[in-house]
Design a protein around this ligand. Structure first.
Ligand SMILES: Cc1cc2nc3c(=O)[nH]c(=O)nc-3n(C[C@H](O)[C@H](O)[C@H](O)COP(=O)(O)OP(=O)(O)OC[C@H]3O[C@@H](n4cnc5c(N)ncnc54)[C@H](O)[C@@H]3O)c2cc1C
Length: 289
């Protein structure tokens, strides 16, 4: 395994060995190797690249290094900066996974259950990608997760640019069992007073985080942004239901899913929709509290 000391050295190592694969914490990659899904011809380790293990401030945003571990993001100083991402990081697997697993690995793996992903989608974060010859390009995280703009051969995620909103934000996650485990559904809610908007992203129920834009616009219009930012319980419930139905819609009337009436959802899917609705209601309620 090659262990470069800078982002550009890592990119150069990948260019010199095009069949090699980058590895950060190895929590996803080694699972794929161990299960026989992947046999990389070589590895370029990112663990010694200090420049991507912390963060810096730039033009009202935080530039987060891709090598930040979940454990580091869960600490109080980071939580004061981007609370929802810290909450997501604290819930990402058992301690040994949080100590090794990184933000960049979470994004590049792009698993539906990646806990950082709905938070980054709601924050409208962007990725600074490092390419050959010191090149840098920046893409919205949503474009990468939607497959509209993929990493090109030899490129690495260097940093994640997150706007600092200085307003409440929450992340909530439902799991199938108690203790740190992968999400069945997760919801991130972010208040953006400057844009007078609530932004919401739902994770784990689709291949990529979903943004229920109509529900966001509707609830944003109900909030008194210059006064007390409160909502009646009925409005919070309606927001939750709106988000649940937007992310897990009814099938078209002509469509029959096995064991159900035409145009209706199976009980397990209806349950998931209710779970999303509950998470969204609570997440917004906490953000406004
Ligand atoms: C038991 C277990 C429980 C888990 N629970 C959770 C959970 O609850 N929530 C959750 O979100 N995740 C969970 N995970 C998944 C995993 O820990 C995270 O996705 C982690 O953030 C991956 O980071 P990593 O540094 O280990 O990635 P790696 O395994 O090193 O790499 C993963 C992929 O990303 C690529 N990559 C890594 N860094 C970069 C980069 N900078 N640029 C480009 N490509 C890169 C690698 O080539 C590889 O394809 C769990 C994993 C395990 C094994």
């Amino acid at each position: 395994m090659t262990l470069p000391g800078s982002l550009d050295e890592a990119v150069a190592a990948l260019a010199a060995m095009p069949t090699a694969v980058p590895v950060a914490g190895g929590t996803d990659l080694m699972a794929a190797v161990n299960s026989g899904l992947l046999r990389p011809a070589g590895l370029v380790g990112l663990g010694r690249i200090n420049e991507i293990r912390g963060w810096q401030y730039q033009d009202g945003a935080a530039l987060l290094g891709a090598g930040l571990t979940h454990a580091r993001m869960g600490r109080p100083d980071f939580a004061a900066l981007i609370p929802a991402l810290a909450t997501a990081a604290r819930s990402a697997g058992p301690p040994q996974i949080r100590n090794a697993g990184t933000l960049g690995g979470n994004i590049a793996s792009a698993q539906p259950t990646g806990d950082a992903l709905p938070v980054l989608a709601a924050l409208e974060a962007s990725l600074v990608i490092a390419g050959p010859g010191g090149a840098r390009r920046e893409i919205p995280v949503g474009r990468l997760l939607a497959g509209l703009d993929l990493l090109r051969p030899g490129e690495l995620i260097g940093y994640v640019r997150v706007p600092l909103l200085h307003a409440p934000q929450t992340f909530l996650k439902a799991t199938a069992r108690t203790g740190p485990s992968r999400a069945v559904a997760s919801v991130a809610v972010v208040l953006d007073p400057a844009r007078r908007s609530v932004r919401c992203a739902v994770g784990a129920v689709a291949p990529m985080p979903l943004r229920p834009f109509d529900a966001e616009n509707w609830v944003s219009s109900l909030i008194d942004w210059d006064g007390e930012r409160t909502l009646a319980p009925e409005a919070l419930t309606a927001f939750g239901d709106y988000v649940g139905a937007a992310c897990i819609p009814d099938p078209a009337p002509a469509v029959t899913l096995e064991g159900t009436e035409p145009g209706t959802l199976p009980p397990a899917v209806l349950h998931l929709r209710r779970t999303v609705a509950t998470l969204a209601r609570r997440a917004l309620g906490r953000a406004l509290a």
